[in-house]
Design a protein around this ligand. Structure first.
Ligand code: NDP
Length: 316
């Protein structure tokens, strides 16, 4: 452990729309925020293609472009944006301790948690094998779809993410097979319409993945089962995309912060960003399993910075 302890007013953990919006507000309020970007700088939006529903972008914007702009806006007001991720916390008393990369210790008057959520996988050994080897399993069509141009791919999931990613892949790939485990989608109607109308997307309902097939190095197909007829079939593909939801990145806080049964941080007070620990606030997907939008994350980032500012004012 490093012997040098840094003392700061406001630490922001995470670099999605929540974290950067909190940083913009905190920096403009002279809280001298330090923001650690975490393991995925820019957060989940860096894996999103076109963002069309964030107000102010008439013609849309790509996720990565928007995150660069948010970072620059936060830095313009003096936010200290750093590489690294929080690996341990100790929240008790007025000073909150956070360790970065298991070495650097920071003592903070306020902490804003904006750690977001991470993609879920099916958990099949074959899926994990080809994920680790980079042989053809991915949870991000926008990141990896390019590698499967003019090839056939399979995507599992039935929510808005799966529809968005299937549609994105259909522009690059010759064929996209979508595996939906029920006989209906969970996604919004407009997204379902879009995939249903795309000629090179085939939707297989009541269909679950049994195994990802490959030659030891690369994915060559998927074995699936129809959970109604019990018919088993193999679909050849070179890419297997998983789009089945996310897990909140809150594990390091669970000893101190109240979480719900699925790991999302609980707000201590409705209509605020307060957690059960005084001086620790939460914003974005780490506490939001309902809306999970860039705009709602940004909104709660603003709330967290304002709540932190008011808390600091009450101390001094
Ligand atoms: P969701 O939780 O909405 O959907 C997850 C999907 O994965 C469900 O259809 C679920 O199936 C399926 N699933 C889960 N586990 C398995 C499994 N083991 N095998 C097969 N299928 C499985 O997650 P999303 O990431 O799609 O969306 C998260 C939130 O973000 C939502 O609120 C969504 O509306 C929003 N969003 C909005 C977008 C937009 O507006 N542009 C784009 C992307 C997301 P089942 O239905 O059977 O439970």
């Amino acid at each position: 452990m490093s012997n040098t302890i840094e003392n700061i007013k406001c630490l922001i953990i995470g670099s999605g729309p929540a974290g950067y919006t909190a940083a913009i507000y905190a920096a403009r309020a002279n809280m001298y925020p330090v923001l650690y970007q975490g393991t995925q700088p820019g957060g989940q939006l860096t894996t999103t293609n076109e963002v069309e529903n964030f107000p102010g972008y008439v013609d849309g914007v790509t996720g990565p472009e928007m995150m660069v702009q948010l970072q620059q806006q936060a830095q313009r007001f003096g936010t200290d944006v750093r590489d690294g991720w929080a690996t341990k916390v100790h929240f008790s008393g007025d000073i909150h301790k956070v360790w970065i990369n298991d070495t650097k210790e920071i003592h903070c008057e306020t902490v804003i948690i904006s750690t977001g959520a991470t993609a879920k996988y099916l958990g099949l050994p074959s899926e994990q094998y080809y994920l680790q080897t980079g042989g053809g399993v991915s949870a991000c069509a926008v990141c990896d779809g390019f590698f499967y141009r003019n090839q056939e791919v399979v995507i599992v999931g039935a929510g808005d993410s799966a529809c968005e990613e299937a549609h994105y892949l259909a522009k690059l790939c010759t064929k996209v097979t979508m595996l939906v485990r029920k006989n209906e989608f969970r996604a919004s109607k407009i997204m379902v319409d879009r995939v249903q109308k795309t000629p090179n997307i085939e939707i297989l309902y009541n269909t679950e993945t049994e195994e990802v097939l490959g030659d030891g190095q690369l994915v060559t197909g998927v074995r699936v089962v129809n959970n109604v007829t019990k018919e088993v079939r193999e679909i050849s593909c070179t890419g297997f995309f998983v789009a089945i939801g996310h897990h909140p990145n809150t594990d390091i806080f669970k000893e101190f912060i109240d979480l719900d049964e699925t790991g999302y941080i609980k707000y201590a007070q409705p209509g605020s960003s307060k957690t059960n620990v005084t001086g620790v606030f939460v914003s974005g997907d780490a506490a939001d399993k309902t809306y999970r939008q860039a705009i709602t994350a940004a909104g709660t980032g603003c709330m967290a910075a304002l709540d932190a500012e008011r808390y600091l004012a009450s101390l001094h």
